[in-house]
Structure formats: C-alpha cells, structure tokens
Ligand binder design. Structure first.
Ligand SMILES: *Cc1c(COP(=O)(O)O)cnc(C)c1O
Length: 406
C-alpha cells in the first residue's frame, strides 16, 4: 500500500510533486509524473514472499500507490506462451486475458481508484477504444461517471463496450489528439479529471506490472522485449519496473533491449529515434490503420521512451500495415491466439529484426498480444482479410515476400 509511496517525480525534468495530492502533469514542464517508492525500506517483502502470493495485478501491492486495497475485476497474472511454430520462438504474453479484453485494464484498475481516493469525482479520457472500455468498467465498479471521446471510425464493439458499461461516448472527427483537444475544452477544464495517457501518474503503475510479471514468468529478464507503442504507457511502465527491481536488489544493471514497434502511417517515436532527437515531433497525418491503439500522433511519454530505448540498447521500428495484418494472422494460425492487430505489429517487428540480424536466433524475445480480436470485427483488419484470399497471400513469415505484395 502507499506506506511505501514516497513522492512523485517528473520523468522529464525531475521536479518533485506531492503524491498525496491529486496531480496531473508536471507543474513546471508539463512532463509525465512518475511514482517513487521507498525501495530500501526493510519492511518490504522479499521476492520469495511475493512469489508465494497468488498471481495478478496486486501481487506486489507494496509497489502500488493505494491507501486502501482496490477493488479488482481480475487484472494481470496473464499467461505467457512460447510460440514454437514462429521463427525465433518468441514468448507471447496474452494481455487480451485481462478484464475488458486488453491490458488497458491494468492501468485503469490502479489509476481510477487512486485518483478517486485523492479527490477526483468524475473522469474523462480520449481513447482509441480499449482505454475507454477499461475506464468505463472501473467507473461502473466504483459507481462514478466516465466520459470517453473516441475518433470517428473506431470499431463499433469498442464504442458499444464503453456505453454498455455505463460511460458516455462522444465521437470526434480526426485522431485521438483531436478527441483529447475536444475534451480539454469541454470537460477537463470544467472539473472532470482526465485519465488521458500519462496525464496522471497512476496508469503507468498498473501497466508496469507487465515488467514484473515477465520477470516472474521467466525467472529472469529476456534479451529483448518488443512493445507495440501508442502513447507508450506500457513501455514507460516496464522500464520503470526494471529500475525498481534493480533498486530492490533483484537484478543488476543489465536490461532487455527494449523495442518500440509502430506502424508506418503513424510512427513519431521511430522518426525521433532515427534522427537522434530526444523529443518526438507530433505526427502530422496519422494514417488509418487496423491497429487503432497505435494511431497516436503525439505523446508526452516521448522523452522517457526515447531515453529508455537508447539506454537499453534497444530500437524503434515501424512496420507496414500489411505486415501487421499478416503477422496478426500468424499469431492466430501458429500460436493459437486470435489477437489484436497491435500485437501483430509487435510480431511483424520481431520478424523484421530477426531477418536483419538485430535479433539473434537464440535471443529470448517477449511479445505481447495486447487486445482481443473480437473488438475489431468491423474494423479494417477484417475488411482487409475479406479482400485478401489466403491462398494468394500465404503467411510465410518471410518479411521480404510479404512486403512485395499489394
Ligand atoms: C493502447 C493499446 C496499445 C498501445 O499501448 P500504449 O501503452 O498506450 O502505448 C497497444 N495495443 C492495444 C490493443 C491498445 O489498446
């Protein structure tokens, strides 16, 4: 519990902030605030004690911010399988098995109750769909109002889910950035607390648990972790988890090489990484993609991600839409997981990096299926699938041949 929470610190400029007050972004520079814990406290349980607890998001609750135990819908503790029929035998952590079918539940399960206990009363967020559904679920659990703004073209299941769970949904022309701008004017400037990505400190705290779980699942850290990156909460969260694990004395200074996978039509982090910049430039025209969660033209997590990727010897890489769709299908036909296109983008990045020799055949690689395919049934993935005859486009896993088609 928050016995061990010490303060908040800006991830960009280092400015300290009070963790017992409701906070959004850094008051000095507008950067994302990160929770800091007293990792040297002798009352903290050891690794063995933690592993003897049941798995799940709240297994290591001392590294989470709440004063009182949060309610849960059963987040985290997701299974991780080795995909032996896929080149390089990557592990796939199946985050679709979270409540509301995506890992967005991890963040919301922590952020909504924590901000509620600090005095927030009603919540708003822009979303490409999954974050809205997750926020709606915890809004229902805690009986508080949630307003979601989604870009036009968001698949119907994602919108219906938020509505059925009791949230109000507004559809906005443009991208998630336009939805965010609209909400700032209409809601967050008028007493609604924004749960927008990295605009409050605690969604990261939920998502960082993926970093702890990878370590617990394997008994060590892998060589490479590939993350389909939108706003970057998960990447920032896992980097933070590894730093905490080092401070706790569980690991040394070695890190997995962290990879941010984005799609070609919207890859601000890849562009900044390639140019050596430490900040990303907002992506001017975010292309339509089946991987909705990756259609994020701008995030305030850019600096943390770019620093983290470089510090771990990692990389940012973009994949083409049809590579994403082929890889999504490969996860289904070769790993038995009918997953989201964002997860497919991660596998497409893996195949490209393997081909390029950046990943060695014996490197241990962790991928994620970040969401459930069921939510995307009326999205472009299925339209592409309907238009593509599988026999004409066999899934070979050969990145070169897949980029020649179309
Ligand atoms: C939000 C989302 C992502 C991207 O996660 P971030 O941590 O925001 O970068 C990937 N996949 C799915 C299914 C998502 O909903």
């Amino acid at each position: 519990m928050s016995d061990f929470l010490s303060h908040l610190e800006c991830g960009n400029c280092g400015e300290g902030h009070d963790a017992e007050m409701l906070q959004s972004v850094c008051q000095r520079c507008g950067g994302p605030l990160l929770a800091r814990y007293r990792t040297g406290d002798p009352r903290l349980p050891g690794l063995e004690d933690i592993l003897s607890r049941p798995p799940g998001q709240f297994r290591f609750q001392e590294m989470l911010p709440h004063r009182s135990p949060p309610l849960t819908l059963g987040e985290g503790g997701t299974p991780m399988w080795k995909a032996t029929a896929i080149q390089g035998n990557p592990w796939i952590k199946d985050e679709a098995q979270n409540p509301t079918g995506s890992f967005k539940a991890r963040g919301m399960a922590v952020a909504l109750p924590r901000n509620l206990e600090l005095g927030a009363g009603r919540f708003c967020l822009p979303s490409n769909g999954n974050a809205g559904g997750a926020a709606a679920a915890y809004g229902a659990l805690y009986d508080v109002r949630v307003e979601v703004a989604v870009p036009a073209g968001t698949p119907r299941a994602l919108i219906e889910e938020s509505r059925e769970l009791g949230a109000t949904v507004t559809i906005v022309e443009g991208t998630i950035a336009d939805a965010a701008a609209r909400q700032r004017e209409e809601l967050s400037d008028h007493g609604w607390f924004s749960l927008a990505t990295l605009h409050e400190p605690y969604r990261v705290e939920g998502k960082k648990m993926m970093g702890y779980e990878i370590f617990w699942d394997l008994g060590h850290l892998p060589d490479v972790v590939i993350y389909p990156t939108g706003g970057g909460t998960g990447l920032v969260g896992m980097l933070k988890a590894f730093d905490e694990m080092e401070a706790l004395g569980w690991i040394g200074s070695d890190r997995p090489r962290m990879v941010a996978a984005q799609i070609e039509g919207c890859s601000p982090i890849v562009a900044a990484f390639g140019s050596g910049a430490d900040r990303a430039v907002p992506w001017a025209e975010a292309a339509e993609t089946s991987a909705y969660g990756l259609r994020v033209p701008y995030t305030i997590g850019d600096q943390l991600m770019l620093t983290g990727l470089r510090r771990t010897g990692g990389i940012a890489i973009s994949v083409h839409e049809h590579e994403t769709i082929d890889a999504t299908r490969m996860i289904a036909t070769r790993a038995g997981i009918w997953g989201s296109p964002e997860g497919g983008a991660g596998l497409a990045a893996h195949l490209k990096l393997l081909e390029a020799g950046w990943i060695a055949p014996d490197d241990e690689v962790v991928l994620f299926n970040t969401g459930s395919a069921l939510k995307y049934l009326d999205g472009p993935t299925t339209q592409h699938r309907a238009g593509a005859t599988p026999s004409a486009h066999p899934v070979t896993g050969d990145v070169d041949s897949s980029s020649e088609r179309a």
